[in-house]
Unconditional design. Sequence first.
Length: 458
Amino acid sequence: MSLKQEPGREQWASRLGFILAAMGSAVGLGNIWRFSYVAGENGGAAFIIVYLTMIILIGLPIVMSEFTIGRKAQSDAVGAFEKLSPGGERLAAGEPWKAAGIMGVAAAFMILSFYGVIAGWIIYYFFNYLTGNLWSVPADGYGAFFGGFITNPVQPLIWQLLFMVLTIGIVFIGVKKGIERSNKILMPLLGVLLIVLSIYGLTLGGAKEGLAFLFSPDWSALADPTIYLAALGQAFFSLSLGMGALITYGSYLSNKEKLPGAAASVAGLDTLFAIIAGIMIFPAVFAFGIEPASGPGLVFVVMPDVFDSFSMGGIFGLLFFFLLAAAALTSAVSLLEVAVAYFMRKFQWSRKKAAIIVGTLIFALGVPSSLGQGTLSHINIIGGRDILDSIDFIASNIFLPLGGLIIALFMGWGWKKADALRDSDFGTSKLGTIWLFLLRYVVPIAILLVFISSVTEF
């Protein structure tokens, strides 16, 4: 039984457009910027093993759940739970289910607020490659160049604003002409460039050490409980889980499209992008004698050094930061769409009005994260973390896992088994039975264990 579609609701023009858009949501700074430094801080190969386990046992089942919920409800992240939660022949009663949608919208606000800050840094680097300023090493080195920029109270805000204007513009245009069309162009380009740069990375002197760091695990690292928290947080952040993006994108999908293949494609390609990014970056890290756990600045300090080391490196730097900005843009669009879709339904706003108002609010929310690198750097909120890292921690390690937990319970226990298997397109297959088993038992237990460990960091 299909639910009534909301009046004027858009749909994807094609299955490929949907998959590329969902990939665009998943593939972004989480795969390149965040994955690289989180893996570096948590032991490399050991972290990757835990991360892959989290993707298979937790990430993929929740991706399938979000797609199923979104397509079934044909509504935004909160509206989907409001539609599907009331008692009936399919679902258990209970308004509390929609807490997952509310947390998703809140997480989208929080993540995009600091995501826009990082993306602004990227656009600044792209501009400096475009003008030739970074084609040679700055007087004090790339590290000092990066540090001087992010601690400036005004400059980062200008580039953050520019990025948010671009993001608002795409969402303003619409699903087909804005979101889908941009992803069809940008995602293939990003994939090609990452592969080219990773091949070059393997020719560097640090290739052996870099590959060993990525693929030869130090098993003692598994004894540190923080590695599991980091891996789960990265899985949720990278796949856009628990923030309503996949529910929202799934709601623009027609019933004729099959969900399991789409979910596997998104999760698999997202993980592949992250691994390729590691192959691209870590050989360079070891070739230049840089500490793998050097933090969020890894991409902004290491990669310019790499580009400077070979002829025509400026062109590679230009393309790298352009497509890194493009990857950030596709993910930012999905985050903004979560909030815009909610406000459009809740307040009967037009898409244009919602995009402008919500985008402006998110930009304002991101200002403290930017200033926290300089003027407000003395402010620490959670466990010694600055403003940006504290917002990241709350969203990635609290809101997203809790939202994912509710989604898993909602799909695994709130729906009748036969309805869940039918609406997910699994039918009577064994994969469907395994999927529900994971949602009912493995996913909730794993998320709860990691979540309990995370709250001790407050």
